[in-house]
Design a protein around this ligand. Structure first.
Ligand SMILES: NC(=O)c1ccc[n+]([C@@H]2O[C@H](COP(=O)([O-])OP(=O)(O)OC[C@H]3O[C@@H](n4cnc5c(N)ncnc54)[C@H](O)[C@@H]3O)[C@@H](O)[C@H]2O)c1
Length: 336
């Protein structure tokens, strides 16, 4: 049995409580939040669990093997570090921290203590993303030319982090995974309409080696709820629409073919519009896959798919984007 505590049960944390409570190899020993009012609903749903506001007591309890940190991102560093220092394995929500120096310190502490540090980059545990990656790796889409993602909706408006840090964290993690590298350059423009200094809408462009480009549109001030990734390869194109309940992924046999001719270059190009293929994907809730992976890593001493280093790489991109935002969209090199 792995003895788990969940710290932070505001909007997102209760999902961890639900999943951890169901997993057979878990003993959920504490549900913890600094605000007791968070327990009102949860204690009715889970009367058999122990609820506490004593964060320090939970972290210091030798009967806790691992902690899920689902507090607001401004406390990830402080709570996460304290857990690691007390020898706990830690699953920490994204973003790992609010700057790369703090994130690097968490990575170092996890390595030093030989503890598992998993960052909640949820989409890495999404079956549709996994399938997309498999198509890319086997060359089904051809060379990836460019990718664009849209992650917009109305609310939740946060104050401790901008839409860039709250939403684009997901997209940077996914696009890096799909193209298999870290971008070299970043540009970003955006606006803070609702609260000074906290961007509500951001447009980010990532430039990778080999002329691969990705554009991310994130906003919590938008009439639509869209979660979409479009990938344009030189053989095929793919769209993953996470708002679809069943047919999430579509592969378009579309492209532009080049047939050498004696005419000019444009005349040698012909547009190809072929079939649309919708693979069957057996979806499992990504958060459940993520939690199971965390437990497997603890049991086997394995490195998580989204380990601290992955979380740190994502933060380096976000920091470059933030710098670009503050410099009116100037291109900023991503720190290696
Ligand atoms: N992976 C995803 O798809 C996803 C979705 C939503 C939120 N999140 C992430 O989950 C985290 C939490 O987001 P949320 O929307 O639930 O925020 P929230 O503000 O609704 O909840 C945070 C909770 O943490 C508690 N808290 C804060 N500091 C604490 C501390 N030091 N000790 C104990 N409790 C503390 C607060 O009282 C609150 O109840 C954020 O990092 C967010 O980015 C991830």
């Amino acid at each position: 049995m792995i003895r788990i505590a969940v710290i932070g049960v505001g909007y997102w944390g209760p999902n961890f409580v639900r999943i951890m409570d169901e997993l057979p190899q878990v003993q959920l020993v504490y549900v913890c939040d600094k605000e007791a009012k968070r327990f009102e609903r949860l204690s009715v749903l889970y009367p058999h669990l122990t609820f506490t506001t004593d964060v320090k007591g939970v972290i210091e309890d030798a009967n806790v093997d691992a902690v899920v940190v689902a507090t607001g991102s401004d406390s990830h560093y402080e709570v996460g570090l304290s857990c690691l220092e007390h020898g706990k394995h830690v699953l920490i929500e994204k973003p790992l921290a609010l700057n790369s120096a703090d994130a690097a310190r968490l990575v170092e502490e996890a390595q030093r203590r030989k503890r598992v540090l998993l960052v909640g980059h949820l989409l890495r545990y999404h079956r549709g993303i996994e399938r997309l990656k498999a198509y890319i790796d086997e060359g089904y889409l051809g060379k990836i030319l460019y990718i664009y993602t849209t992650r917009v909706n109305l609310g939740r408006i946060r104050k401790e982090e901008s839409a860039l840090w709250s939403f684009a964290t997901h997209d940077v993690s996914v696009v890096n995974f799909l193209v298999g590298m870290q971008p070299e350059l970043v540009t970003a423009t955006g606006q803070s309409y609702l609260r000074k200094g906290v961007h509500d809408v951001v447009f980010v462009t990532l430039y990778y080696q080999g002329d691969v480009m990705a554009h991310l549109h994130v906003s919590w001030l938008d009439p639509h709820k869209i979660r979409k990734i479009t990938i344009v390869g030189d053989k095929r194109m793919a769209v993953l629409d996470d708002m679809e309940t069943t047919e999430k992924l579509r592969i378009y046999d579309k492209g532009v073919d080049f047939t050498p001719s004696y005419g000019d270059y444009a005349e040698s190009l012909s547009v190809r519009i072929g079939d649309i293929y919708i693979p069957k994907i057996d979806m499992v809730e990504p958060l459940k896959v993520e939690c199971q992976h965390f437990l497997d890593c603890i049991e086997k001493g394995a490195k998580p798919l989204t380990d601290g280093q992955h979380g740190l790489q994502v933060l380096r991109v976000l920091e470059a984007a933030e710098k670009s935002l503050n410099e009116n969209g100037q291109a900023v090199r991503v720190e290696v």
